[in-house]
Design a protein around this ligand. Structure first.
Ligand code: ATP
Length: 585
């Protein structure tokens, strides 16, 4: 024997309220949507039919119920039985089950959302197709009654009445209803009134005053408003470029209308990730909403839209560059991360970055283009600290260096090389910068080396070898340079010192020993008066103290993290120097 499923309506309402919709507030949207759809259906039969929705909030009606009336197509008695009393039944799908063009609804569950705030829903309707007026009344337990009553209503259309459930009065009061209708329905193509107040506007506000509207919905003055459209999905709107201060990790949140009904104001996925500094406001006729109607279905079509909108923003950037260079440079500075990330794969964006984006260089902030013009090729260091350490030295020798230590810098420069050839940019090793430094006067070097015998213990303790050189600025006495291998060895050594397990410490120790030569080079500047005086010292203890102090100072300058051994050296040398200074008074 065949049976049909029994459905527990309370269970379904609980499911909707707790798991599908984010808040009972959606009841207002669902009722509005049904009213607008009914008007759309009627206009298909009678193009000149009136189109108006009127809402009477519960606190202004005599019996404390909320009423929403429309001049839509209405329902016949058999439609009431068929559509209102069967879950999932809808008039908005065709025989094949596809959502019908022009309608907002499609699932056949929206009316149930009325039970999120009402204990009883009553409907009175007269169909444009003829037949007597009907009444339908249902409670949240799933009991309903239908009654033909031709005197119930004279005009074609429908009135729905909600009897508030316990603790839900505030959802049906004027202030909340007004706010909800304005939020969801402001742009609907029919007149919607709450009491006497019309809440809909005829024009799309982003067409009449794009910047003003942007400031209103974003809460800040946009940098620019770019008109966008994707005709294939009936999408039109504006992409707002935000002013400085958006975090690249910020979630995208776009304001999306579907057939002029608000889906949400924090919809994701409308633009590619790189465009994190752009917020869209769009209306679309055919992107798919999820069943809660609070977000968009992440399907192939949305991906195509994402790509197309990304392209339009990018084209705008290129056009801006041609027409308003000042603004382009301001924009680049505000949103360089997103634009750089796009430049990795897009040649025109790369050229924009090359022309406009300021990089830190030994000649101050400069664009790649300026820098190339001056030096021919871009010599860069891929590490911010290394750059900061070597920049003053390189600059004093007339060598141009660029800091490529920030996100996407390396990839941008590699792409520049791929397009313009190997001469465009090249990574330099710190040793190359050192090679550009001059040799010291032989007698100064000889005297210095003779003194350094007294500091052998200190140098060994810090795995450091001294290289005397002659360079500007003379005020900089020492420079500490590490190679990657040396850095690794320092790490292994430190791990060995901290390891509890002796076997592990031994293994780490043997790894550290395997690399030949000292891990660090302390480049002493023989032009510095301090280093010259070091060469003339006679007290071995003072030589040791001076070398260790120079080492610690150079380490601090290099901004590398201090290890426990380094902190101990800093304390020791500082206190010893202080001691001597006080003694010499
Ligand atoms: N105001 C109204 N005027 C005329 N018919 C209505 C009205 N409200 C609801 N209906 C009918 O009841 C059906 C069920 O409505 P319901 O809101 O549950 O689902 P839907 O609008 O079809 O889809 P969705 O779940 O996506 O909202 C509708 O398809 C429509 O035929």
């Amino acid at each position: 024997m065949a049976h049909t499923f029994g459905v527990d309506l309370r269970g379904i309402i609980d499911l909707l309220s707790h798991h599908l919709y984010s808040s009972p507030r959606v009841y207002a949207r669902e009722l509005l949507q049904n009213a607008v759809d009914a008007i759309t259906a009627r206009r298909a039969l009678q193009p000149d039919a009136p189109g108006e929705v009127v809402i009477e909030p519960a606190d202004s009606s005599a019996d404390g119920t909320l009423r929403i009336s429309d001049t839509g197509i209405g329902l016949t008695e058999s439609e009431v039985h068929d559509l209102l009393s069967t879950l999932g039944r809808t008039s908005k799908r065709d025989e094949l089950g596809f959502a019908r063009q022009g309608f907002l609804g499609q699932f056949g569950v929206g009316l149930l959302s009325a039970f999120l705030v009402a204990e009883r829903v009553r409907l009175v309707s007269r169909s444009a197709k003829g037949g007597p007026a009907v009444r339908w009344s249902a409670d949240a337990a799933g009991n309903y009654e239908v009654e033909v009553d031709d005197s119930a209503r004279a005009e074609v259309g429908t009135t729905i009445e909600l009897v508030p459930s316990r603790d839900s009065d505030h959802w049906l009061g004027r202030d909340v209803v007004r706010a909800l209708v304005a939020e969801y329905g402001e742009l609907l193509p029919v007149t919607v009134r709450v009491g006497d107040e019309v809440l809909t506007t005829d024009e799309l506000p982003w067409l009449t005053d794009p910047m003003g509207y942007g400031a209103r919905v974003l809460g800040l003055e946009p940098f620019a408003a770019i008109p966008v459209e994707v005709p294939a999905v009936g999408l039109t709107g504006v992409a707002y470029v935000l002013p400085a201060g958006v975090h690249p990790g910020a979630r995208q949140s776009h304001r999306v209308y579907l057939k002029r009904m608000l889906v949400g104001e924090a919809i994701e996925g409308l633009l590619p990730d790189w465009a994190y500094f752009v917020r869209c406001v769009v209306d679309t006729s055919s992107l798919r909403p999820t069943a809660s109607r609070e977000s968009l279905y992440q399907d192939e079509t949305l991906l195509i839209v994402q790509e197309e909108l990304g392209r339009q923003v990018r084209d705008w950037l290129v056009r801006l560059d041609a027409t308003d260079p000042g603004r382009t440079s301001a924009l680049m500075e505000a949103h360089h991360l997103g634009i750089k990330s796009l430049a990795r794969v897009d040649e025109e964006m790369l050229r924009l970055v090359e022309r406009w984006l300021p990089f830190e260089t030994t000649d101050g902030a400069q664009s790649l283009k300026q820098f190339r013009r001056r030096y021919g090729s871009v010599l860069y260091l891929p590490d911010v600290d290394e750059f900061r350490q070597l920049a003053p030295v390189a600059h004093a020798q007339g060598m141009g260096l660029l800091n490529a230590g920030y996100a996407y810098d390396l990839e941008v420069l590699e792409r520049l090389v791929a397009l313009d050839g190997p001469g465009a940019a090249r990574r330099v090793a710190p040793s190359e910068v050192l090679a550009a430094l001059g040799d010291p006067e032989p007698e100064v070097e000889r005297a210095l080396r003779a003194r350094l015998g007294d500091a052998a213990g200190v140098l060994e303790r810090h795995d450091c070898e001294v290289v005397p050189r002659d360079f500007d600025p003379a005020s900089l006495p020492a420079l500490l340079v590490t190679n990657a291998e040396g850095e690794r060895r320092r790490d292994v050594e430190q791990a060995g010192e901290e390891a509890d397990d002796p076997l592990w410490a031994q293994l780490l120790g043997s790894l550290a020993e395997s690399a030949p030569g000292a891990a660090q080079r302390l480049v002493l500047n023989c032009r510095s008066p301090l280093v010259r005086r070091l060469a003339e010292l006679t007290d071995p203890a003072l030589v040791e103290l001076t070398v260790e102090s120079l080492y610690v100072h150079a380490l601090l300058q290099s901004r590398r993290p201090m290890r426990p051994k380094d902190t101990a050296a800093l304390n020791r040398s500082f206190l010893d120097l202080l001691d001597r200074a006080v003694d010499n008074r």
